[in-house]
Design a protein. Structure first.
Length: 118
């Protein structure tokens, strides 16, 4: 395991991050338009936690990557609950689970293997 390049895990984290960002922007606006709450409020509540570690994640800062992995767990829980409860939005919820897991594992392994580099 000495030849593992952490940049691949960083790319996995970026795919998860931007995929999750795009999904969270499209879900209440285009895919399943919101009817009970204002769309702006839904976007504010769902996207804001993802934006907090964004700058540090793009700058490859290890602490921001660690925080992004913690934030991704919120979206994992949300996607799991949505997939369990609603059959109409289940594909989007499962995609949210997949993207949040790729963000989590990508950032966690990036931090782990970056620290082990010589």
């Amino acid at each position: 395991m000495k030849n593992i390049n952490p940049i691949y895990f960083y790319y996995l984290a970026l795919v998860g991050f931007f995929g999750l960002f795009a999904l969270l922007m499209l879900w209440p606006t285009v895919l399943v338009p919101a009817t009970h709450f204002p769309v702006a409020l839904i976007l504010l509540v769902t996207v804001t936690p993802l934006l907090l570690p964004m700058r540090g994640l793009l700058d490859k800062r290890l602490t921001s990557c660690a925080w992004a992995s913690y934030v991704s767990l919120i979206y994992f829980i949300h996607g799991s609950v949505e997939a369990y409860s609603d059959s109409v939005e289940r594909p989007y919820a499962l995609l949210e689970v997949l993207l949040s897991l790729s963000l989590f594992f990508g950032t966690a392994f990036y931090v782990r293997f970056f620290k082990k580099q010589p």
